[in-house]
Design a binder for this molecule. Structure first.
Ligand code: GUN
Length: 296
C-alpha cells in the first residue's frame, strides 16, 4: 500500500472541537445556545443509528438537541405541521428530516417546507439554487466534509480533473457543484456512463458515491490520484465467523475496493473512519452557522 490514509475520524474530532469552542463563546458573549432538531419517521435501523449519533454529538458540542421520533404511519400533514412548529421556534436553529421517508410521504414537499435558513442539510431548493449559482447557502454536509478533506490534503484544487461517481441530490450533484466552485474540471459519472473505467482513470480526484460495495477497483485509479470514498455498505464477512444466532458476521466497506485502490492512489479515505465522521461534524458546523446568521 502506498497511499496516504486520510483520517476523517481525527479531522472530524478537530472540527467538533472548534464547533464546541464557538458554541461556548456564543453562550458567554450572547447568551445563545444553538439548537438542532432532528426528525425521524419510522424505524429504519440505519437511520436510527445515524439519528442517535447526531443527537449525542450535538449535545457533546454543547448545543441543544431536539429529537422527534414519529411512527412510520405518521401522516404527511402531521409531519408538515411539526416542521411548521420547528420553523417558528426561535430555539431551533437547524432542522434535519432524516431520509429516506416512508413511501406515502412526498420527500421533496417536506424538505421544501423547511425554512431555508434552518435547512442544515442544504437540501431545500433555495439552497440548491444558491449553491449552483455560487451564492452563500447551506452546503450539504457529506459533500462539504469531502471538500474539506480534499482541500486539507491537496491545497488548491484549481485545474484538477475530478470525477464524481454517482448523481444523487444528497451527494453527487452538490459535490460536483462544490468542485466546480474550486475550479476543477468536473465529470459526473453514473450507471449509464459509457467506459466508466476510462472516465475514472483520467481523474486526479475521484469521489465515489454510488452505494455499491467495492465497485471501483484499483485498476480504474490513476496513479497518485486522491480517492474519496463516500460509500458505507455492509457486506457478509464469512471469514469473521458467525454470530451467536448463527448468522454470518458482517463488515463495512466503501464503494471502492480499498486495498487495490490504496496500492495505486496518492491518498484515500478509509471506510469506516473517512467521510462518515466528517458528515456529522459538518452538520454541527452548519447548525452553528445557521444560529449565527439568525442572530445577525
Ligand atoms: N440519509 C442519508 N444521508 C442523509 C443526510 O445527509 N441527511 C438526511 N437528512 N438524511 C440522510
Amino acid at each position: 500500500m502506498s497511499a496516504t490514509i486520510i483520517d476523517g475520524k481525527a479531522f472530524a474530532a478537530t472540527i467538533r472541537g472548534k464547533v464546541g469552542e464557538h458554541v461556548a463563546r456564543l453562550r458567554e458573549t450572547h447568551g445563545i445556545t444553538p439548537g438542532l432538531a432532528v426528525v425521524l419517521v419510522g424505524e429504519d435501523p440505519a437511520s436510527q443509528v445515524y439519528v442517535r449519533s447526531k443527537g449525542k454529538q450535538t449535545i457533546e458540542a454543547g448545543m441543544n438537541s431536539y429529537e422527534h421520533k414519529l411512527d412510520a404511519g405518521t401522516s404527511q400533514a402531521d409531519l408538515l405541521a411539526l416542521i411548521d412548529t420547528l420553523n417558528n421556534d426561535a430555539e431551533v436553529h437547524g432542522i434535519l428530516v432524516q431520509l429516506p421517508l416512508p413511501g406515502h410521504i412526498d420527500s421533496d414537499l417536506v424538505i421544501n417546507s423547511i425554512d431555508p435558513a434552518k435547512d442544515v442539510d442544504g437540501f431545500h431548493i433555495s439552497n440548491v439554487g444558491l449553491l449552483g449559482t455560487g451564492q452563500k447557502s447551506m452546503v450539504p454536509c457529506t459533500p462539504l466534509g469531502c471538500l474539506m478533506m480534499l482541500r486539507d490534503h491537496l491545497g488548491s484544487l484549481s485545474g484538477l480533473d475530478a470525477v464524481v461517481v454517482g448523481r444523487s441530490n444528497i451527494v453527487g450533484k452538490p459535490m460536483a457543484q462544490l468542485l466546480l466552485g474550486e475550479s476543477c474540471t468536473v465529470t459526473i459519472a453514473h450507471s449509464r456512463t459509457r467506459d466508466l473505467p476510462d472516465v475514472v482513470r483520467r481523474a486526479d480526484i475521484v469521489v465515489a458515491a454510488v452505494g455499491r460495495p467495492e465497485m471501483v477497483p484499483g485498476e480504474w485509479i490513476k496513479p497518485g490520484a486522491t480517492v474519496i470514498d463516500v460509500g458505507i455498505n455492509r457486506i457478509d464477512a464469512p471469514e469473521r465467523g458467525t454470530n451467536e444466532d448463527g448468522s454470518v458476521k458482517t463488515r463495512l466497506v466503501g464503494d471502492c475496493h480499498f486495498e487495490s485502490c490504496a496500492a495505486v492512489a496518492g491518498a484515500i479515505t478509509p471506510v469506516p473512519g473517512g467521510v462518515g465522521p466528517m458528515t456529522i461534524a459538518c452538520l454541527l458546523a452548519n447548525t452553528v452557522t445557521a444560529c449565527c446568521r439568525a442572530n445577525g
